[in-house]
Design a binder for this molecule. Structure first.
Ligand code: NAD
Length: 420
């Protein structure tokens, strides 16, 4: 389906988010086909019964863990990577042997329309159904009993998903967002750091759950970082990013207004960007300094092309800043010094962790992708997706041997039978 309809998919993604073809191929098509190939190559070994070590009393038994499908799973997707975040969980669900109901986001309408048209042509309609609609339709859908719910989206909606799931005691995977910090500390290749940060932040116009939400650094680092960020932005998007085809647009007028409100309420100082155009749903890649902890930009996940910088005095203060907040989906540390990287790695908790780059960890199917605490429950990608959609059945296949030994555990009980 993906190969035969590549042009249509790219067109839909462009209609929804003005997604540049290069970004769409990299983050929607390649990541999905990699996942498919990885699952096909490894499924045979994932499916094998997993034999466990035995005790004396079970030495003649077959003791193993067998994966079995959960049944019918519900996958609810957001709009920012509308193809990948809908179909990548489906790879895990199918690999594990489940049927699935999939619910694309109504906000990325062109991709939703295309999926509703294509999926029934490629997958058995007895086993896989696409349900369309927004919050009301999703709420109605959630009244049904599913064997698992896999939800990707915001923390606020996740609460109502959990409430609905509690009625049927349905297990839930939550792939949520939050504020992912980028922490630049100590000796660092500032030019390379700025280029990697700009790429990770402004990819998809900042509408990535793993985008660096804000940057932490010392005031001295900020003095060299800001010109390096400005230069990287100019190298990537030119002097007028609005005319650059490599920058996505904000998904809807509502989301554009939310971002402009945040920017308007911020007391930070814009040092790069700041321009916008409502009709074009455009916001220039924007960097702000003098942002404080209580700034509007620190109240919620930004999820757009706005990058505040907050200064901290020391490595310890930066770690404290991160640890005072909700555990992030990803944490990025930039430093030449491995002691700095190791210290942040050891002393913080986050869904994922990358040193000297951003967002790139999600492309590797060997790594579990998911949050911790408020940034999500559970994980997927590669084997982790297969496991998420499988029940691990504890199996003990026993014959009729050792009945005399079993006599030790039958009544009438006597203390000397315990051998203590
Ligand atoms: P959203 O929560 O508004 O919507 C996601 C899905 O939920 C959509 O399909 C939507 O139709 C449905 N929905 C919306 N309101 C609902 C309600 N009241 N009841 C039931 N269903 C409802 O999220 P979004 O705006 O599409 O996505 C943005 C959020 O998703 C951000 O917080 C981002 O960080 C997060 N996100 C996380 C990941 C991840 O992998 N962890 C990936 C992408 C996005």
């Amino acid at each position: 389906m993906v190969n035969e309809n590549e042009e249509q998919i790219l067109k839909a993604l462009h209609q929804d988010l003005a997604k540049p073809k290069f970004e769409a191929i990299l983050s929607e098509l390649v990541i999905l086909t990699n996942e498919l190939h990885y699952a096909i190559s490894n499924l045979r070994s994932w499916m094998q019964p997993e034999y466990v070590s035995k005790s004396l009393a079970t030495r003649f038994d077959d003791c193993f863990v067998q994966r079995e499908p959960l049944g019918v799973v519900l996958i609810i997707a957001p709009w920012n990577y509308p193809l990948q975040l809908l179909l990548l969980p489906l790879v895990g669900a199918i690999a594990a042997g489940n049927c699935a109901v999939i619910k694309p986001s109504e906000i990325s309408l062109a991709t939703e329309n295309l999926m509703a048209e294509l999926i029934p042509r490629y997958l058995s309609q007895d086993c896989y159904a696409v349900v369309r609609g927004g919050p009301e339709e999703t709420k109605a859908l959630l009244e049904n009993r599913f064997d698992h719910i896999f939800y990707t989206g915001s923390q606020s909606v996740a609460r109502s998903i959990l409430q609905a799931a509690s009625v049927h005691l349905t297990p839930v995977t939550l792939e949520l967002g939050g504020k992912c910090p980028g922490f630049i500390y100590g000796h660092v290749n500032i030019v390379a750091a700025a280029r990697r940060l700009v790429w990770a932040k402004f990819f998809n116009a900042g509408q990535s759950c793993v985008a660096p939400d804000y940057l932490l650094c010392t005031r001295a680092t900020q003095d060299t970082l800001v010109p390096a960020l400005r230069q990287a932005l100019e190298d990537f998007y030119g002097t007028n990013p609005q005319t650059c085809p490599d920058l996505s647009r904000i998904v809807s007028p509502r989301h554009w207004t939310r971002l402009m409100n945040l920017l308007g309420r911020s007391k930070g100082k814009v040092v790069v960007g700041g321009e916008s155009n409502e009709e074009d749903k455009y916001i220039a890649p924007t960097v702000l300094v003098d942002v404080t902890e209580d700034d509007a930009l620190m109240e919620e996940e930004i999820f757009g092309p706005i990058l505040p910088i907050i200064t901290v005095e020391s490595l310890e203060k930066g770690i404290e800043f991160i640890n005072c907040r909700e555990k992030p989906l990803a944490l990025y540390v930039f430093s030449d010094e491995s002691s700095v990287i190791n210290m942040v790695l050891e002393k913080t908790s986050s869904g994922g962790f990358v040193s000297n780059d951003g967002i790139i960890h999600m492309s590797l199917p060997g790594l579990p992708f998911g949050g911790v605490g408020g940034s999500g429950w559970g994980s997927y990608h590669g084997r982790w997706g297969f496991e998420t959609f499988s029940h691990r059945k504890a199996c003990m296949l026993r014959g009729w041997a050792l009945e005399r030994l079993n006599g030790l555990r039958y009544p009438p009980y006597r203390d000397d039978k315990l051998g203590w």
